[in-house]
Design a protein around this ligand. Structure first.
Ligand SMILES: [Fe+2]
Length: 193
């Protein structure tokens, strides 16, 4: 188990740097790149973020990924989570209605990017998030995430606003051929102390 005090200090420092970077500024892609750099610095402290400290969902649960809240401001801004997954994960194309940055710590999470078209979405790119890399998304950007069975993943997901507050995220329901509102995440675990 990692030293909690050390982890809390590192997380607080990262979030303070990000708060300072964005202070009073409109969020633009260039700023998200700077946020990503801060999160990559935190992700390099691998000993502080192990599967032992942030285990994936218990085998008995259907859901194969869960989130641990590392930090969130009182007004729910700057919400930083550890995403821990073991098993097949395939999220449908969705937006976030706020900015989002994902950075790899352990394992690989494939992100695919889409543009909106009349008939739904069309993929235009992808990036495998793993050690030393990350992706950044503006509020309207659409992505899917894919994690393979038998290859556990632990990474950081940071949002401009806490996920419980994001009740209007849109996702493309391929089966029905319509955009729908994403149901709230059902497995967020408190990791602040
Ligand atoms: Fe997402």
């Amino acid at each position: 188990m990692a030293d909690k005090a050390e982890r809390n200090k590192a997380v607080a420092r990262t979030v303070a740097n990000i708060r300072q970077l964005t202070d009073g500024k409109a969020i633009v892609p260039d700023l998200l790149t700077q946020i990503r750099a801060e999160l990559l610095t935190l992700a390099a402290k691998k000993d502080l973020f192990s599967f032992q400290d942030f285990p994936p969902p218990e085998k008995t649960l259907k859901r194969r990924s869960c989130l641990y809240r590392l930090s969130e401001d009182e007004d729910h801004g700057f919400a930083l989570y550890v995403n821990s997954a073991d098993g097949s994960v395939n999220a449908p194309p969705h937006d976030h209605t706020t900015w989002a940055v994902i950075v790899g710590v352990h394992g690989q999470e494939e992100n695919r990017f889409y543009k909106r078209i009349e008939a739904g979405v069309e993929q235009y790119g992808k990036h495998v998030v793993e050690d030393g890399t990350g992706v950044a998304l503006m509020p309207d950007d659409i992505h899917t995430i894919h994690i393979e069975e038998g290859a556990p993943v632990l990474n950081f997901h940071m949002y401009g606003l806490g996920l419980e507050q994001l009740d209007g995220r849109n996702f493309w329901n391929k089966k029905k051929g319509v955009w729908e509102v994403f149901p709230a995440h059902t497995d967020i675990r408190e990791a602040r102390t």
